[in-house]
Design a protein around this ligand. Structure first.
Ligand code: OTU
Length: 622
């Protein structure tokens, strides 16, 4: 294999990478299993897993490993546009996704997150987030060969495939859970269980509740085990016990097997919850970070092209830690969802004011080198308001009041509400959790279309484009949630369907509306306005001098977010007016041009229509 040998030097063979990243693996494992007598054996076993994965890695993926080693910041270029969707609702099955690549390319997408597609629990399965096997695709969606084939097709089209790694829990019908229930001691040790209800109460008071209304509490009694199983999420999602090194070994092997089928980016689901410790809230513990760092080192050794992305819905103060800080910089995740940007943007839109948004973003620590944010305005989950709390911005605020304001606002309950969203998982006494709804419905399109009010439809479209313009201008990968590029509305039928068991997030998980997609070429239609707006931004973004976070962020006037990036003598300025009223914003000295409309010779100040977002460039022409 001459071609392999030519490129083999820069990142070197397995042994070289093992030498380079082995110490990181050792350090991470020490934080987890350092006190154990069999520590060296645990390390050796993981190295063995990495070695066999590396040996099995197909040659095209080894070529990718080499290319990525030459260009480690490949995922941080401003042309990175992501898209996330469910396989069945976007295309039908994995094979059929191949037939939609042209659509994705038309939009400018080069990163595709397919929501869980591995074998899932029959019946209730939290949209596939209850995995029954890490080594099989859900039969209705295809098989592992289809996965590898699709990944190859996507790669050939310049699209990187991202998949979830359900690392915190398995389904209660996963083989490990079944064998645990059957009484096999080694598998019982895969899960976190306690014997009595009284013991659960030693943890509960310190823990938060994710599905507080529909799945209260963090433990579920299992009659077969005659014990209480730790279930942070739904009762059928059993939390794994990483204090048992066998669990880390299984998860590492599962990840590397998927990587060898072409998955390039792993979304580490529920990353904050990986380690539990009595007396703590069992989130963001140092050991949870150590587990991720171990997975990172193993990927670097066995499948170096692979990226890790943290799904950590935590306040800003804890968020950047997932990108690796201090001595761990560059040794944890490459990417993390920028949930702070997302929630603060929605709060700004509700309040018609950008000051808190600017303040919150300015206070955020910068991502370390070679890491970046995943910016998004909507995803398959609710907007979790819980992250808006002390640490989200520098000044003291009444965060609880803000959380209930936004929650009510997006449930359409405030005087000025324009949206058709719904509260998610609200319980008595705990006023706020999250909001469900599609981007378009939350931006007012649904109500406006119902009223057939052209003026309001126009405002809603502007809000959609404003929210997207801000997220796309922040830096890192900008992610579009399926259907948002067309202004797709809520799917009320799903929200009511008994098979989804009252989980309100199905409100915005409707099937892709391909009829609406067909309208994207009909000038003047809402679909065309939204789609072409997204497309133009995706295209224009490629030449913006975006770093992995803005250089300066401020508000002025109060409704306008000003966000600047500057690189190689080129300056970029985003001006985003979160108010429905027009306003005027000062421009920094010099002559500016609009990167989207190409309007040139702008200087001194600029008029911003209600909900207008402008992308302005200064300096050398591209
Ligand atoms: C993640 O979610 C997934 O994105 C959800 O779709 C799953 O239901 C869940 O894990 C279990 O697998 O807190 O950090 O508020 O934002 O459950 C993990 C609801 C999470 C989600 C929350 C989230």
């Amino acid at each position: 294999m001459a071609s392999e040998e030519v490129g083999a030097l820069p990142d070197g063979p397995f042994e070289q990478r093992a030498d380079q990243f082995g110490p990181d693996l050792r350090r991470a494992l020490q934080a987890l299993y350092g006190a154990r007598g069999d520590f060296e054996a645990i390390l050796a076993r993981l190295m063995c897993i990495a070695q066999s994965a590396s040996a099995e890695r197909p040659s095209e993926l080894r070529a990718l490993d080499r290319a990525r080693a030459r260009d480690p910041d490949w995922f941080l270029t401003p042309d990175r546009i992501g898209y996330s969707c469910y396989v069945d609702r976007f295309a039908g099955d994995l094979r059929a996704i191949g037939g939609r690549i042209d659509y994705l390319r038309e939009l400018g997408v080069n990163y595709l997150h397919l929501l869980p597609f591995l074998k899932m629990r029959p019946g209730q399965n939290d949209g596939g987030f209850a995995v029954s096997s890490y080594r099989e695709v859900e039969p209705a969606l295809g098989d592992m060969a289809d996965l590898a084939q699709l990944a190859g097709q996507l790669r050939a089209a310049g699209i990187s495939l991202c998949a979830d790694l359900l690392c915190n829990h398995t389904s209660d019908d996963h083989e490990w859970a079944l064998r645990a229930k059957a009484g096999e001691a080694p598998f019982r040790a895969y899960y976190l269980t306690v014997e009595t209800e009284a013991e659960t109460q030693e943890f509960e008071p310190h823990l938060s509740q994710v599905f507080a209304a529909s799945a209260p509490g963090n433990f579920t009694y299992c009659p077969q085990l005659r014990r209480w199983v730790w279930t942070t999420f739904y009762p059928y999602q059993w939390d794994l016990n990483y204090a048992n090194p066998a669990v880390l070994q299984e998860m590492a092997a599962a990840m590397l097997n998927l990587a060898n089928h072409g998955v390039e980016v792993f979304r580490l689901d529920s990353a904050p919850f990986l380690w539990k410790q009595k007396g703590s809230d069992c989130q963001n513990l140092p050991q949870a970070h150590a587990i991720i760092q171990a997975l990172r080192a193993l990927a670097a050794i066995a499948a170096p092209a692979v990226l890790l992305k943290a799904e950590a819905i935590v306040p800003a103060a804890q968020l950047v830690d997932y990108l690796g800080i201090g001595p761990s910089a560059g040794k944890e995740c490459h990417l993390a969802y920028n949930t702070n940007l997302m929630t603060l943007q929605w709060a700004a839109l509700a309040r018609g004011n950008a000051e808190l948004l600017a303040e919150g973003l300015a206070a955020m620590p910068r991502p370390p080198e070679h890491t970046g944010w995943l910016s998004y305005v909507r995803c398959h989950d609710d907007i979790g308001w819980g992250v808006l709390r002390a640490g989200s911005a520098s000044k003291q605020r009444d965060w609880a009041a803000l959380r209930s304001f936004v929650s009510q606002f997006y449930a359409g309950e405030s005087e000025n509400s324009f949206d058709s969203g719904a509260v998610f998982e609200v319980t008595k006494g705990q006023a706020v959790h999250g909001t469900s709804g599609s981007l378009a419905s939350l931006c007012g399109l649904e109500r406006a279309q119902m009223k057939e009010d052209r003026g309001e439809i126009d405002l809603a479209v502007r809000r959609i484009l404003l929210m997207t313009a801000v997220s796309m201008a922040f830096g890192g990968i900008a992610l579009i949630n399926m259907g948002d590029e067309l202004g797709q509305l809520n799917h009320a039928e799903f929200a009511r369907a008994p098979r989804f068991d009252g989980d309100g997030r199905w409100l915005h998980r409707g099937p892709m509306d391909w009829n609406l997609a067909a309208q994207r070429h009909e000038p003047g239609s809402v679909a065309a306005r939204v789609f072409s707006g997204f497309q133009a931004m995706a295209k224009a973004r490629a030449i913006l001098p975006l770093a992995n976070a803005p250089a300066r962020i401020e508000a002025g006037p109060p409704s306008v977010l000003r966000l600047c990036h500057g690189q190689n003598g080129q300056q970029f300025l985003l001006l985003a007016n979160f108010s429905s009223l027009p306003t005027q914003a000062d421009l920094p000295a010099g002559r500016w041009r609009d990167a989207l409309s190409q309007e040139s010779a702008l200087h001194d100040s600029i008029n911003l229509e209600g909900y207008a977002a402008r992308w302005l460039l200064q300096g050398s022409e591209p």
